[in-house]
Design a protein around this ligand. Structure first.
Ligand code: MTE
Length: 562
């Protein structure tokens, strides 16, 4: 079968072994003969310069919307502007996403560059021209130098494992960032947002008005924000899914962070507008960044139900951990929705609209969907997916790391986090060193404070008697006694969201309470030879010839007699 026209390709065995899945042809077995269908390829980039010119002057079409709002183009009220942008984007092609799920993930930081997203911004031009470069500058200014930049633009980054739970409240510079577009740079003095749609008295508010304590009581809340993509890498490594680059940044366990936000309850602001009218049931939030989807431009829009707002669980926040919101986290004002996925906590808020149905904008209606396992590229409809709001209970081990060799005295030092959405909290954290057969409970004193809207960090010396490869598993029970599915396979879904399965890592256990192991480790020390990696042969004979002979002189020979 001519599946691959190869002649001694050096990477053939990798392809055969599933290590270069993207190169595999699709097998069509619907006919009498199996046919090999070539994967999609992309031709050279094209650009219809005349058609683009005919759209008009990009600097005028996509000019600065408001004084003091750098990088903001308002799309939602201007169908003509959207149409012009669509024509420009349709008149040229852009490079595809690099394949990083069925192929290797680049060993670089930034991991993925987001080249086509940068090119889309440059293609629109006008106010968006400088946005990719300005955004990266903001990243370098505001984020910790050790951040893992999963996607350079739009910026998606998380702290490395060793820093995820180093503090119960995440320092701002280490809080993960999930952006769908650039970072608008907004002057505080020029800032206002509007509240309109189905409210009695639509109006706009400046920051000073919002901060006026005589009108709006201040709320101070410590909140864990979690992206529904947290721990996606476990799904990618076993069962790749939707290959779109921005929703599918290869997040590890750090797309979760906890901060103290100061702001006000949105409910009070709606009240100040005379309340909802005409059957309004949802609040739609508009972010000032530009999002691209299907050759179309738009702002970042999502909604939450009024019931959530009514319960005072939706804040408008301007302060994060005692500082003004960093630009990258939504300066000057963002939404913080307690207990929902991060996607609903809109940054760079410029408008709130009261509406009857949940937002039909793509981020709400086409993304952040939890599909059943039988649904994928071959058959999916958006309505097959549950719109993700509250995150289920989950947890993760931050130390040790998978494939790590651990030398210990019968206990493996572990640490990590546990979280549950919807206002539930981790009530019990359990660890297993035998793949999830026996579980040890982390003593409550090893868990950080119990709070309604936050994670709990934990640490535990996990008993481990056995040696060799062991699977350490972590799971959490929340206060409603929800717990985590056992394996990533049970969590897998086409959108690669909500990896809430038990977190599993494999480490190589070297237990020094065993006399033979202690003796061998002493030999390594004496010989001044590093023990790792375990795959390298022992640098000295593991047994003397005398000892070997002594054994056989005292035991039965290898083969049994008749
Ligand atoms: N708001 C706007 N305007 N644009 C965005 O891309 N991303 C959302 C949300 N708010 C986003 C946004 C997503 S998906 C998440 S997980 C959170 O912001 C992340 O918040 P953080 O970047 O402050 O950690």
């Amino acid at each position: 079968m001519p599946f691959l026209q190869t002649t001694n390709r050096p990477d053939e065995w990798k392809i055969e072994q599933g290590l270069s899945g993207a190169a595999l042809p699709v097998l069509d077995m619907t006919g009498p003969e199996t046919k090999a269908l070539a994967p999609q390829t992309f031709g050279p980039l094209t650009k219809d310069v005349k058609a683009i010119k005919a759209v008009g002057d990009r600097n005028t079409l996509f000019t600065r919307e408001r004084k003091g709002w750098t990088g903001f183009v308002e799309w939602e009220n201007y169908p003509d502007k959207k149409e012009a942008a669509h024509k420009i984007l349709k008149s040229q092609t852009f490079p595809p996403n690099p394949e990083f799920q069925l192929g290797p993930i680049p060993a670089s930081n930034p991991v993925l560059p987001g080249t086509h997203w940068k090119m889309w911004h440059h293609a629109i031009g006008g106010e968006l021209t400088q946005v990719p470069e300005d955004s990266w500058e903001t990243v370098l200014k505001e984020k910790h130098p050790d951040m893992l930049h999963l996607l350079q633009f739009p910026y998606n980054g998380e702290p490395p494992k060793r820093l995820v739970t180093s503090k119960v409240v995440t320092p701002n510079s280490l809080h993960f960032v999930r952006n769908h577009g650039g970072i608008p740079i907004i002057n505080k003095e020029d800032y206002s947002f509007s509240l309109d749609g189905l409210v009695a008295n639509p109006r706009s508010f400046t920051l000073d008005e919002i901060m006026d304590e005589s009108r709006f009581p201040r709320v101070d809340k410590t909140v864990t924000m979690q992206c529904s993509g947290t721990r996606r890498i476990e799904q990618i490594l076993s069962y790749p899914g939707q290959g779109d680059e921005v929703p599918q940044a290869p997040w590890a366990e750090g797309a979760i962070g906890t901060a103290r936000y100061v702001g006000i309850s949105l409910k009070k602001v709606i009240k100040a507008c005379g309340g909802l009218v005409d059957g309004a049931k949802h609040l739609e939030f508009y972010g000032a960044d530009t999002y691209f989807k299907d050759d179309k431009t738009m702002n970042y829009l999502v909604s939450v139900p009024w019931s959530k707002v009514k319960a005072n669980e939706v804040l408008l926040a301007w302060e994060m951990n005692g500082e003004p919101l960093p630009r990258i986290h939504g300066f000057p004002l963002r939404v913080v929705v307690l207990g929902y996925i991060g996607a609903r906590s809109v940054k760079w808020l410029y408008r709130i609209k009261a509406i009857m149905e949940p937002s039909r904008a793509p981020v709400q209606s086409q993304e952040y969907l939890y599909f059943p396992q039988q649904v994928g590229k071959h058959n999916l409809k958006f309505t097959d997916g549950i719109q993700i709001q509250e995150m289920p209970v989950s947890s993760a081990i931050m130390s040790p790391w998978t494939k790590q060799v651990v030398i210990h005295n019968g206990k493996i030092r572990c640490k990590g986090w546990a979280y549950s959405g919807g206002g539930r909290w981790p009530e019990r954290v359990e660890l297993s060193s035998d793949g999830g057969f026996n579980w040890y409970t982390v003593p409550v004193e090893n868990l950080s404070e119990k709070r309604r809207w936050t994670w709990r960090t934990w640490h535990f010396d996990l008993p481990c008697d056995v040696e060799g490869w062991v699977e350490i598993v972590c799971r959490c029970w929340d206060n409603s006694l929800n717990t985590q599915p056992p394996d990533v396979r049970t969590a897998w879904n086409w959108g690669l969201h909500v990896t809430s399965s038990c977190h599993r890592i494999t480490v190589y256990s070297v237990n020094k309470t065993r006399p033979a192991t202690k003796a061998r480790m002493d030999e390594f020390e004496k010989a001044r030879v590093p023990f790792g990696p375990i795959t390298v042969p022992i640098a000295f004979p593991p047994q003397t010839p005398e000892d070997y002979e002594k054994f056989w002189s005292q035991h039965d020979p290898r083969d049994a007699e008749e």
